[in-house]
Design a protein around this ligand. Structure first.
Ligand code: UT7
Length: 335
């Protein structure tokens, strides 16, 4: 059996910086509240009229990742695209990337696992490589949140948190079984599906029905989050799934060289950091600059950490995420 390792990484975020202070112009909030509860100082939001979408940003990040892998687009065998904010209800963004990058008619799979989307995507790609079916798989996480947020005081509990951006990696076959993805661990608990959700439009609640009702109090098409409940579950599940990953490889928390958590909330990351007794240089956070970019967040953070020289050859790198579904997961890899 083969192993898979990351051979190229890239990210793309829109130029437009929206600070906490900027948000106070259209909702009742404050820089102090947002920083204290989430750690976020600013986020990137696509400006109106920009060409950027989830697929476009994903393709931009992918171009960088492919170039850095030393491969060409024609060497890629398969695309996995994780997003909760696709350009179309269907088809998915993966096929758009295949077209935008002018790739061969390779398979393209969209993953719908929200904040855990990139972890699920990496795991899927890893399985395809381990079985020998593919040599190089492009895994993308990308989100265009800003177009779908309630940017009034009513939506402030959610809208201040989310940002736009994309990250991508190329996962490639290696015959060195000591390097690359050692294991991945995936979980879900659907009974909490409506604790963090966008209810409409859906097949049950479709556009003509929404338009006909013309109900300005209808919040079903904005993201809803039971924040405190999600927070409490996140800290437990993050810890469990990291422990599961370490134990299944016979490793301990002291073996972790770099932990890249999904950037949900700086307080969640700090809780996990403390639990696993990690020093500040064993964890990488960038939620301060980008907010929560959901399926893109780990890919962006991993790329930035690598660009800044914080991940070295042979390091034990742990990725973990928790989010809507609920879904959660971890990936343990030797760099
Ligand atoms: O990535 C997917 C997973 N997501 C997460 O893991 C996120 C988990 N949850 C959280 O990060 C936190 O729950 C939040 C940051 C979303 C909220 O923080 P919180 O400490 O749980 O605040 P809260 O929702 O309990 O709200 C406290 C107060 C409320 O006012 P009252 O009822 O106490 O008067 C809210 O109305 O803060 C108010 N509030 C705000 N005030 C200023 C909520 N949002 C804002 C805001 N600005 N943006």
């Amino acid at each position: 059996m083969y192993n898979s390792k990351i051979t190229g990484l890239g990210y793309y975020v829109p130029d437009n910086i929206v600070t906490n202070e900027d948000l106070t112009k259209f909702m009742e909030t404050s820089d102090e509240w947002i920083q204290e509860r989430t750690g976020i100082k600013e986020r990137r939001w696509i400006t109106e009229g920009s060409e950027d979408t989830s697929a476009v940003m994903g393709a931009k990040a992918a171009r960088i990742a492919i170039e850095r892998s030393g491969l060409t687009k024609d060497d890629i065998d398969f695309i996995v695209f994780a997003t909760l904010s696709p350009d179309y209800y269907f088809p998915g963004c993966g096929v758009q990337v295949q077209e935008m990058l002018d790739m061969k008619t390779i398979g393209a799979l969209d993953v719908r696992n929200q904040c855990s989307g990139f972890i699920y995507g990496l795991s899927v790609a890893d399985q395809f490589i381990k079985t020998g079916m593919y040599k190089n798989v492009l895994v993308i996480g990308s989100e265009f949140h800003s177009g779908g947020l309630d940017k009034t005081t009513r939506g402030r509990g959610v809208s201040v948190i989310f940002g736009d951006g994309a990250g991508a990696v190329v996962l490639s076959r290696t015959e060195d079984n000591t390097k690359g993805i050692l294991s991945s661990h995936l979980h879900s608990e659907g009974k909490h599906a409506e604790e963090l959700t966008v209810l409409a439009p859906s097949i049950r609640h479709w556009v003509p029905e929404i338009l006909e009702a013309n109900d300005e109090n209808d919040e079903s098409y904005f993201p809803y989050m039971n924040g405190t409940f999600v927070f409490k579950n996140a800290v437990v599940r993050f810890s469990e799934v990291i422990m599961e990953g370490l134990q299944s490889n016979g490793l301990k928390d002291t073996d972790i060289d770099m932990f890249i958590p999904h950037q949900a909330n700086l307080r969640i990351s700090q809780f996990v950091q403390k639990k696993f007794r990690l020093s500040d240089d064993q964890i990488f956070n960038n939620i301060m600059k980008y907010g929560n970019t959901t399926a893109a967040s780990i890919a962006i953070a991993l790329t930035e950490a690598w660009e800044q020289g914080k991940i070295k050859d042979n390091d034990l790198v742990v990725l973990a995420a928790f989010g809507s579904g609920f879904t959660w997961g971890s990936v343990i890899m030797r760099w």
